[in-house]
Ligand binder design. Structure first.
Ligand code: 13P
Ligand code: ZN
Ligand code: NA
Length: 283
């Protein structure tokens, strides 16, 4: 069964390990991520952006995720990533998602609060986890594009106030990472993470997990960032494996051949990220 991500993440924060939330973009990749998690006996979160919901369907995604989680028997959450649209949030919850992100980070504080409250009103009684973002995470994630100049770090006192007035169950404060692969090394504000973690008890979420050095992610996790989002590195790993397959074997059109290579690459990447956050043997 799919479970709420709230207890999973609260336990992780208390225990100072992380849980990876992998963005999945296809039905196959749901099974690949769960096979990796199952091999390492690790709880895991599957997440999809709104673009993936539009492409695959919320109901289909939830049914496949549930089937796969039952098959592998590991604690699995299903999360809607970076959603700005209340209607899509309702659709996801109705379909069986156990966690949703209301991304109102592009709005002023008060409006972020009121949009988050609207989602909490719907989600809390159903046991669905709610994630909100403060500050602005840079980079590109689906239709949400934030340039380097517009990226903005979260203000610690606002984080405290936000959690107090909304009662949100998980908070994603922007702290210097960006979506996608960086040009250089990310400039993570560890001091700010500590300040926020001292003021806020709920599990914190690290966005833009791809291309952050492992030791930096571990430091974020040790400071209270319990959910670590990884999208780009996973999809790139298996897409490149497929590209290499066709470069080497342009005549081979057997889907099982190229999907096997994609699967191997995806599982290897997923395992390395699970090991990075220390969630092996935590089921
Ligand atoms: P990356 O693409 O950098 O891994 O970011 C993932 C993310 O934050 C999804 O919300
Ligand atoms: Zn993100
Ligand atoms: Na990134």
């Amino acid at each position: 069964a799919l479970i709420s991500t709230t207890p999973m993440l609260e336990k992780a924060r208390a225990d100072k390990h992380g849980i990876v939330a992998f963005n999945v973009h296809s039905f196959d990749s749901i099974f690949w991520v769960l096979e990796a998690a199952s091999d390492l006996k690790s709880p895991v979160i599957l997440q999809t952006t709104v673009g993936t919901v539009k492409s695959l369907g919320a109901k289909n995604i939830a049914e496949v995720a549930k089937t796969a989680s039952d098959h592998y028997g590991i604690p699995t959450g299903l999360h809607l990533d970076h959603c700005t649209d209340f209607e899509v949030i309702k659709e996801a919850i109705r379909a069986g998602y156990t966690s949703v992100m209301i991304d109102a980070s592009m709005h002023p504080f008060e409006e972020n609060v009121s949009r988050t409250n609207e989602v909490i009103k719907l989600a809390k009684s159903l046991g669905v986890n709610v994630e909100a973002e403060l500050g602005k995470v840079g980079g590109v994630e689906d239709d949400i594009v934030v340039s380097e100049e517009d990226a903005e770090k979260a203000i610690p006192l606002e984080c405290k106030q936000f959690v107090e007035v909304t009662g949100v169950s998980t908070l994603a404060p922007a702290i210097g990472t960006a979506h996608g692969i960086y040009k250089g090394k990310p400039n993570i504000d560890f001091e700010r993470i500590s300040e926020i973690a001292n003021l806020v008890n709920v599990p914190l979420v690290l966005h833009g997990g791809s291309a952050v050095p492992d030791e930096d992610v571990r430091r974020c996790v040790s400071l209270g960032m319990a959910k670590v989002n990884v999208s780009t590195e996973l999809k790139n790993a298996y897409s490149i494996a497929i590209r290499e397959h066709f470069e080497k074997n342009p005549e081979s059109l057997d889907p099982r051949a190229y999907l096997q290579k994609a699967k191997d690459a995806a599982i290897e990447m997923a395992k390395s990220k699970i090991r990075m956050v220390g969630s092996e043997n935590k089921v």
